[in-house]
Write a protein that binds this ligand. Structure first.
Ligand code: UT7
Length: 325
């Protein structure tokens, strides 16, 4: 009998400070940066985002999301035997945010590591956890996406600073003889490093290069709409299912126009697409588990339904996970 991995609990957390477009536009105007609610809504669909307080790190956001997921699954932190955190905004250069989170959870002993695939990070992390569960290396994993992107934004660059937010999402993934994750498909193409990156790094005790987010938005947009369709189709083919079998598309929440385009290509009406970008902005690796948890708690996503999760981001990285919830 095939050993599957199944999501048995979801959780998320948003830091309390919420900025609507109007709030952000006013803050930016005070610094001489001109933008508008109309531009942001029309080009991205974003209406609000959350920013973490200075003392809150990714592990703190991840901790709250993890606690919520563990409670939903009815699993104690001590019973987790694998922790993977997807983040591009780790607490420290090292050790991993996963190790820090493990300690905050009081779950010493199990393996804990980070996955760095930017906005595809949660899809990568879920794929790795699924493989480890299928092979018997783990039986009960905690998979978290946690980001404080507000820390790496250049608030003088209106082309990027209006797009991102902070937050965390988590799932408990357990071994089961019932499906489960049906298929995964992940990719990277490093030749596109320059279109979405934070080029700064630490050397000799100094930060060298520019430690803020740089993005060629149009180049990312064009690549994203192509690869998201490919990854979705690849997982459907592996699972011998078709678009018609998808109950919910839960894409990375970067831009409503990218989601609309993907849905069109997969012949899915928008009422089968979970959309949280309007309230969360782009929270990178946290966006998919945040959207999943929001949809579960709103009663949209139900047991037994077929979900297509997919992400795309810096690297360039992309991928999809098709699962039975
Ligand atoms: O999470 C990883 C994946 N990331 C993404 O998926 C992001 C993908 N890219 C996008 O979502 C879109 O490309 C953006 C939302 C970033 C930009 O939308 P766009 O429709 O591609 O706009 P654009 O870059 O072509 O800019 C159009 C105009 C420009 O002015 P001109 O040159 O036409 O006069 C920009 O200077 O909009 C201007 N602009 C702004 N205006 C007001 C750019 N940012 C702003 C702003 N407020 N915040």
């Amino acid at each position: 009998m095939r050993r599957y991995s199944r999501i048995t609990g979801t959780g998320s957390y948003l830091p309390p400070r919420r900025l609507t477009n109007a709030d952000l536009v006013a803050e930016l105007a005070a610094q001489g940066v001109e933008t508008s609610d109309e531009w942001i809504v029309e080009r991205t669909g974003i209406r609000a985002r959350h920013f973490a307080a200075p003392e809150m790190a990714s592990s703190d956001l991840g901790l709250e999301a993890a606690k919520n997921a563990l409670a939903a699954a009815g699993v104690a932190a001590q019973d987790i035997d694998l922790i993977i955190v997807a983040t591009s905004t780790p607490d420290m250069v090292f050790p991993s945010t996963a190790a820090i989170l493990q300690h905050k959870l009081g779950a010493a002993g199990c393996p804990a590591f980070d996955v760095q695939a930017v906005c595809s990070g949660f899809i990568y992390a879920l794929t790795v956890a699924d493989a480890m569960i299928q092979t018997g290396t783990a039986t009960r994993a905690l998979v978290v996406g946690a980001e404080v992107f507000s820390r790496i934004l250049d608030f003088k660059d209106r082309t990027t600073c209006v797009l991102f937010g902070d937050g965390a999402g988590a799932v408990v993934l357990e071994a089961s003889d019932r499906p489960g994750i049906l298929a995964t498909d992940i990719h990277a193409d490093g030749k596109h490093v320059g279109i979405l990156c934070v080029p700064g790094h630490v050397s000799g005790g100094n930060v060298l290069g520019d430690p803020v987010l740089k993005m060629d938005g149009q180049a990312v947009f064009k690549l994203a709409v192509g690869v998201l369709e490919e990854a979705a189709r690849a997982t459907l083919a592996k699972a011998e299912l078709s678009e018609a079998d998808i109950d919910w598309l839960i894409p990375h929440q970067a831009n409503i126009r990218i989601m609309q385009s993907t849905a069109r290509k997969l012949k899915l009406p928008m009422d089968k697409v979970v959309v949280t970008v309007d309230q969360h902005g782009n929270t990178s690796a946290a966006s998919i588990p945040l959207a999943l948890d929001a949809a579960v708690r709103a009663g949209q996503v139900k047991q037994g339904q077929t979900l297509m999760l997919e992400g795309v981001g810096g690297g360039f990285t992309w991928g999809a996970v098709l699962l039975r919830f």
